[in-house]
Design a protein around this ligand. Sequence first.
Ligand code: MSP
Length: 644
Amino acid sequence: MSKPFYITTPIYYVNDVPHIGHAYTTIAADVLARWHRLIGEEVFFLTGLDEHGQKVQQAAAKAGVSPQEHCDGLTPQFQTLWQKLGISNDGFIRTTDARHQAVVQRFLQELYDKQFIYRAEYTGWYCTFDERFWTEKDVDNGRCPDCQRPVEQLSESNYFFRMSQFQQRLFDHIEANPSFIRPESRRNEVLGFLQKPLEDLSISRPKSRLSWGIELPFDADYVTYVWFDALVNYISGLEYLPPRPSLDRWWPATVHLVGKDILTTHAVYWSTMLMALEIPLPHTIFAHGWWTMDGEKMSKSRGNVVDPYAVIDRFGADAFRYFLLREIPFGQDGDFSHESFIGRINGELANGLGNLLSRTVTMIQRCCPGTAPTPDPSAVTGLETDLQAAAESLIQKTLPHHFQRIEFNRTLEAIWGLVQLGNQYIDKTAPWVLAKNPDDAKRLQTVLFHAAETLRFLCLAAYPFMPNTAREMARQLGLPYDFSQALLKDPIAWGAGESGATVVKGKALFPRVDAPATPSSAQPQPKSSASTSKAEDTLIGIQDFQRVELKVAKILTAERIPKSSKLLKLQVDLGTEQRQIVAGIGKKYGPEDIVGKTIVVVANLKPAKLMGVESQGMVLAAGDEEVQGLVTLQEETEIGTRVK
Ligand code: MSP
């Protein structure tokens, strides 16, 4: 049987609608789950909801409904979001599930019977928001050291778990297992935390103060502390959710993904609970960083919370998934900035991967209609062997290495390295030029074959991150891939692509985003101005300018149009296609002056006829009546690049 891979996300509080933090961890877990299924491992991916405790009780009271009604009402908000984001979880747990509650009670009873739980009077400083007591030395000027809200002194009889007994054992375990807590900086934080004396943990709440929780099996006046209840989900879920429920099969978990703020509860509370229950510890607890929005902490009161629903509706799930994992190293904090998001969509997704697919499919359709390109060994050059080596090394070495280390941004960097190589390959080999000469037929087929193979490798590599995109790529490339199968279980060989596959041109993978947009729930309103000056009437907005699609092009051929001293007929290369443009530059330039020049053209102008010759664009040149010079580029620039 294959190696099992059990991955979890935190279970989310249902006190409010889902936000970017929930989406982030869940997407990351999904990418890992998809990768491990793709390489043939048996995967169980668990996510769900944390439904008990003070936060949920308060939110329900505020909404004027019972806590259960409140949870039932919000659950679809999470489930629908996961569907929209393409989350492939195998289980969805709710802590109000009767079977989860039964496991929590069983564990409590076991620990109570083993005398790991005792009752004691406790006086301390209580933070209602964090639902926890702090000691005198923790409290910061009457405020909670964690959330900075005021704390109140409370004296209460409660049940305690003898967490302190496990301090040394936990410390030793962390020291002996470098991959138990990751990244390393977080591991050091936990080791630092364990240098101070570890206290016992209050695991009960009197019903008089909080009634929304799982009743203690040995005292009906108390409910279970929400964290004790919630952490047990990682085990209870295995007892009733997988297709073949089995603790032995799945436990210990391979990875618990958590945010940095809930690392202590996982690394310390959960680990010591497991030790007391004599259950092995998970292999890895990985703590990721937090997102800010345009440099500021996200909060409802600031109105800068990123609403995942709004982002998906505007940019699509795959672009969101890509951005979150590409922008910052997993484990570090990062900023969600619109400029950066749109920059990556346009640069890396539309111009990078989208362009590579579209130009390849277009050329294959044009040059080998109805069939697939067939390579000819005599036409293979160093360019092809380099491309092949890069693609094979990406799939066979780089991806397994980075996925193993949970380095999403490095993985994506490596995949986009191949995207870039693929685009450069097409620029260098210029298949549209080869297509003109029947003597180059073998070379043309070889080039198109290698471009298609590169895309096949890219489609498999991109699948865990962007499942919809990978499916669309496979469809356009004519690959009969069923991504629910372990397509990378056995090494894939270059050249073993589905030869004979018929490509089908489809829509652009990623439409370019032209207008700056705010994908948060807080859409800034346009500023109203009391008076509009005359000068402003003639000004255009950036959106107006961006409607003009300017692109870098190369002049392939030029000839004079008979009976015109001014017009030249040009064939230009636009990267993805070749166009005919009639330009009024004939008085300034002869054909011989301009062939081979890199220029800028308007690529989305309606075609028109000039002296009976069709023009499919416009060349940019300076001058009014008389042309003074063509617009060219100072640096060598890839053909087809957008000019802004
Ligand atoms: N219910 C507990 C977890 C119990 S697990 C046994 C909980 N829930 S939560 O809904 O408040 O938070 C869930 C996750 O969202 C945490 O991992 C937290 O780190 C993450 N995030 C909340 N805001 C975030 C950002 N701004 N950025 C990234 N992640 C953030 O805690």
